[in-house]
Design a protein around this ligand. Structure first.
Ligand SMILES: [Zn+2]
Length: 155
């Protein structure tokens, strides 16, 4: 997924009944948080390892982290943590369609991919944009836009 993670975070928030405030921010940050590993991927590993092999793209990591931290949090922080984790999970699910995710980590580090996007163009980004799966991204963006522009504003 290239451009629809943040809109997916907004859809996640709205699906959870959240329209504003800290919980919306938790969802938006969670929706893009796994891709902050691109900083390490580009500037430390110099592309040597697929960035979906880092812990932030492993559902098992988040499951372990949630089990260790969430029970100790008070209700407001736990709610923020839950919506953050929901947005991270949506990010990971959306990355699975064409990107590959280690769904069974720590038991396996195999990247599971639903659809292989062939390298039809010299630039991999163009290959993704011109592949039919890009419609999924456009659909997520359209849903988020409809939700955003039809939100109820405070009186
Ligand atoms: Zn990602």
């Amino acid at each position: 997924m290239l451009i629809a993670h943040l809109p997916a975070g907004y859809v996640t928030a709205r699906a959870s009944g959240v329209t504003k405030g800290p919980l919306l921010w938790a969802a938006l940050i969670g929706s893009v948080f796994p891709d902050f590993d691109m900083i390490w991927f580009l500037f430390v590993d110099h592309g040597a390892i697929h960035h979906h092999k880092y812990w932030v793209h492993a559902p098992g990591f988040w499951l372990i982290l949630a089990a260790l931290i969430l029970p100790w949090l008070g209700k407001p922080a736990r709610n923020a943590g839950l919506i953050f984790l929901a947005a991270v999970l949506v990010h990971i699910v959306l990355d699975t369609h064409a990107g590959g995710i280690m769904w069974f980590w720590p038991l396996s580090d195999h990247l599971y991919t639903l659809i292989i996007v062939p390298a039809t163009q010299a630039n991999w980004v163009l290959s993704f944009i011109l592949h039919w799966t890009f419609i999924i991204e456009l659909a997520v963006i359209a849903i988020a836009a409809v939700l955003f522009f039809n939100r109820k504003t405070a009186p």
